[in-house]
Design a protein around this ligand. Structure first.
Ligand SMILES: O=C(O)CCC(=O)C(=O)O
Ligand SMILES: [Fe+2]
Length: 351
């Protein structure tokens, strides 16, 4: 695939990462990181049972009466956690057509002497256990399994880039907060939605390190933009998660790993046949340390890895600042008000 913009999303097999075929896994991972920014993962160590139970409870949560959902509305939370009504979110200047609950690794709120930005971490707003018994238990189990998987990836990514496996250790807090968003995209309201381009969620890049997305229903609609500007479909493949790179990983690697723009388009044709109900999806956003700062990050990406990066002629001149022997990735944490992950990283090219 090197040398041209991608036209499909690669599928990686996690069982290879733990076997004598690990080098094949790492080669495929490297290709996906540098040229695509997205991949499907098969055979992830997530139990089918915990995934099914979580999805069942998540669907049940959306079915609660509105007043129960409003009991845990995000406006009540200083930590940007909780329920957001349909249409409450704007992406790329247009309203998104989705309803969502934001949850995260359960962590205590910061103390009074901690900096204000630490408020993005804090306890969840849990739904009433009597209204949806077992929700929290199934949520905790699924998030803990995805978190364990997520925590294996920084080492694998480092190895795929021919860096020491501990390269990214300094980038994470212990415990690290990860966010799990529950999303419902109702079927589009026909022609009246056309003005917004049937926008489920508008074009964006995620902010964190990696995102681990479970597409909960068979609808199509997730699309990934390649470097020619073409939207490549990423339909659900049974038994896979979709993993994509966030801006933090892109900044940390000086742009070698690509945070790729994606969107969810709610075209009516995606809601036919067996997909007549709403689309549900469940991304886990892998966070990075809130105290990450420029002086802590200085990666020496090997030249042969940097040379893999395919760039269109038109992009080359604007990004020539990266063409130095040792790329230094300088990251600066800003006010953490992005509800997905809460981290903005400012990349400064080397002097
Ligand atoms: O719903 C999806 O499939 C993707 C959602 C997404 O990209 C996001 O919430 O950041
Ligand atoms: Fe996203």
């Amino acid at each position: 695939m090197s040398g041209s913009s991608f036209t499909s999303i690669p599928v990686l097999d996690f069982s290879q990462a733990l076997s004598p075929s690990k080098s094949t896994f790492l080669a495929n991972l490297r290709e996906a990181l540098v040229n695509v920014g997205f991949f499907y993962l098969r055979n992830a160590p997530i139990s089918a049972q915990s995934q099914e139970q979580f999805v069942e409870k998540a669907l049940g949560l959306f079915e609660l009466p509105l007043e129960k959902k409003l009991e845990i509305e995000m406006v009540n939370s200083p930590h940007f956690l909780g329920y957001s009504r349909l249409g409450a979110e704007i992406t790329a200047l247009k309203p998104d057509y989705r309803e969502q609950f934001d949850f995260a690794t359960e962590l205590p709120a910061p103390g009074p002497n901690e900096p204000l930005y630490r408020n993005v971490v804090g306890p969840n707003q849990w739904p009433d256990e009597t209204a949806i018994p077992g929700f929290r238990q199934s949520f905790d189990k699924y998030l803990s399994e995805v978190s364990s998987l997520a925590e294996l990836f920084p080492g694998l990514i480092a190895e795929a880039l021919d860096l020491p496996p501990t390269t990214f250790d300094q980038v994470f807090d212990n415990p690290q907060q990860h966010k799990l968003k529950l999303i419902k995209y109702p079927p589009p309201l026909g022609a009246s939605n056309e003005g917004s381009g049937f926008q489920g969620v508008g074009p964006h890049k995620d902010s964190g390190f990696l995102t681990f997305l479970l597409q909960g229903t068979p609808h199509h609609g997730l699309e990934v933009q390649n470097k020619n500007g073409t939207w490549i479909p990423a339909p659900p493949l049974p038994g896979t998660l979709v993993i994509n790179i966030g801006r933090s990983l892109e900044a940390l690697t000086g742009g070698i790993c690509t945070a790729t723009t994606h969107r969810v388009s709610l075209r009516p044709e995606s809601f036919h046949g067996g997909c007549s109900g709403p689309r549900f999806s469940f991304p886990v956003f892998q966070g990075v340390s809130l105290d990450l700062s420029a002086d802590k990050i200085s990666l020496k990406i090997p030249v042969h890895i940097r040379d893999l990066e395919f760039e269109l002629e038109s992009e080359k001149s604007s990004r020539r600042t990266f063409q130095v022997e040792n790329v230094e990735a300088k990251a600066e944490v800003r006010r953490l008000n992005d509800i997905n992950v809460g981290v903005f990283l400012n990349f400064k090219p080397p002097n």
